[in-house]
Write a protein that binds this ligand. Structure first.
Ligand SMILES: *Cc1c(COP(=O)(O)O)cnc(C)c1O
Length: 483
């Protein structure tokens, strides 16, 4: 049976269920499968015409032993997870008219209209399946730069085996994203708006790690997380690379390129692992905004923490691409000692400068770029004007990167990932299009609907977050579970 280990090498191997329910490995590392399943052209040929859900079933079955989830249950969880998506293709591809062989993969047709729905729909339902079977309860705590929070809250809402605490940096996400969390009425959803976060969403991750380190508290409330430290997120996100590939190629074996608007590297890590599994990908483009953490890694060999820049693509205003360590583990032939040394060095000093050999090894097959706000806004404007198609600011970051890198990418088909619906960023769209009234494709009924509800939210200052949160969480626990 496929076991899961920490990429830092500590602890014992665990089974799939444990890896999912624990989130972090015991040594603070990230869970990875002991070996990556390999796929061949024959697999791809067989999968060519599968629907998204059927393809997901095939790929997940490579990681999940039937003794842990039966075929029937896995199919049921997948169907339940993707039923609320508004397009029957789940993730449709739009061929751009103004760029040759270029497709936009629309990952935003889930209920909270961002790509986070794609991973979290399955992961939250999976966690809930395990909990129901064991008759246990978990408290999920996640931090968000605007999209993880709404998706987690949506899929956890009303599930009696789960409580979800979703932390967001107040003022650094859009009002639309905020209301997606604060207008849910179910009593197991607890949004927390945190004022004065100097480093945005990364600050909240830090506080969550402190809660985890508080063993008595963690045990009492049974804390876990579904952010992209959780293997389930990365695993599920490999599926859209396979799906996109099979949709656009003429012939199995043909190599294509992907461009991905990136922050935490969860999405790109999934693409990189899909390639390691055997999917014919030539280049993966790490598309950053001005917060160029991945661009520095892939162009300079430096994993470093800069100060945060607020940008129009706020969901990727992220300083620490922690999923890079998961990818690096595989690229370095599973040398957990090396990965541990780097991860510890980064934790202690905020900087890792990779030696030349390591740098050359990991950057193979990657390109990167950092776009500024003007370039992002211009890209939205150009595509809207030329083909009446509206990109959100993150989709625009991914397309702009490929415009810059055009000479290196030519000759292969290209898929740009669009990770959010423009309706989540109306002010940015207005600025880009230089108009006051929003076009219809910049609106969404769910965003309008949320305006009709009162907001329900905990608010506090970053300075006091840890104690305020412990207090709020314990009070809720004692009132609802402690009786
Ligand atoms: C989370 C998010 C990203 C970045 O994904 P990572 O896995 O953190 O790299 C990109 N775009 C949007 C809209 C997001 O919400």
């Amino acid at each position: 049976m496929l076991q899961f280990v920490s990429n830092k090498g500590g602890g014992e191997p665990v089974d799939f269920e444990t890896a999912i329910l624990d989130g972090f490995a015991v040594d603070g590392g990230l869970y990875v499968p002991e070996t990556l399943p390999q796929i061949t052209h024959n697999h791809l040929k067989k999968w060519k015409d599968l629907s998204y859900v059927d393809l997901a079933f095939e790929i997940l079955s490579l990681f999940i032993d039937r003794s842990i989830i039966s075929e029937k249950d896995l199919k049921k969880i997948l169907q339940l997870s993707y039923a609320p998506f508004e397009k029957h293709e789940i993730i449709p591809l739009y061929p751009l008219q103004s760029r040759k062989d270029t497709y936009v993969m629309e990952l935003f047709h889930g209920p909270t209209i961002s790509f986070k729905d794609v991973g979290l729909a399955f992961l939250v339902n999976l966690v809930n399946f395990f909990l129901e079977r064991k008759n246990e309860h978990l408290t999920l705590v996640v931090a968000t730069t605007g999209d993880t929070g709404p998706a987690t809250a949506y899929f956890a809402a009303g599930k009696s085996n789960l409580d979800a605490w979703v932390l967001y940096p107040k003022g650094l996400i859009t009002e639309e994203q905020e209301r997606q969390m604060t207008t849910l009425q179910q009593s197991n959803i607890h949004p927390v708006g945190v004022a004065n976060c100097p480093d945005g969403g990364d600050d909240l991750d830090l506080v969550i790690s402190k809660l985890y380190a508080n063993t008595a508290f963690k045990e009492k409330l049974k804390l876990s997380s579904v952010n992209s430290i959780n293997w389930g997120r990365v695993m599920m996100q490999t599926v859209h690379y396979f799906y996109g590939y099979l949709q656009v190629v003429n012939q199995i074996g043909e190599e294509i390129n992907f461009s991905v608007p990136s922050g935490g590297f969860g999405n790109l890590c999934a693409g990189a692992l899909a390639r390691e599994m055997g999917l014919p990908i030539k280049y993966l483009v790490a598309a950053n905004n001005k917060n160029a953490c991945l661009h520095r890694i892939f162009s300079e060999g430096r994993f470093s923490k800069d100060k945060i820049h607020e940008t129009v693509s706020s969901a990727i205003d992220i300083l620490i691409p922690f999923n890079f360590w998961r990818f690096l583990y595989f690229r370095m032939n599973k040398d957990a000692n090396k990965v541990k040394k780097w991860m510890d060095t980064f934790k202690d000093t905020g900087l890792v400068e990779f030696d030349k050999e390591t740098f050359e090894t990991y950057k193979k097959g990657f390109l990167s770029n950092s776009s500024n706000d003007i370039e992002t806004l211009d890209t939205i404007h150009e595509i809207y004007k030329n083909e009446d198609y509206l990109l959100d600011p993150h989709g625009a970051v991914s397309l702009h990167a490929t415009d810059v890198l055009k000479n290196k990418l030519e000759g292969n088909k290209l898929i740009c990932l669009a990770t959010a619906h423009p309706a989540k960023f109306p002010n940015v769209i207005q600025k880009a299009l230089k108009i006051n009234k929003l076009p219809k494709n910049a609106t969404h009924f769910s965003i309008n609907e949320a305006k009709r509800f009162c907001e329900k939210v905990h608010l506090c200052d970053h300075q006091y977050l840890e104690e305020a949160l412990i207090h709020a969480m314990e009070t809720n626990w004692d009132l609802t579970k402690g009786k």
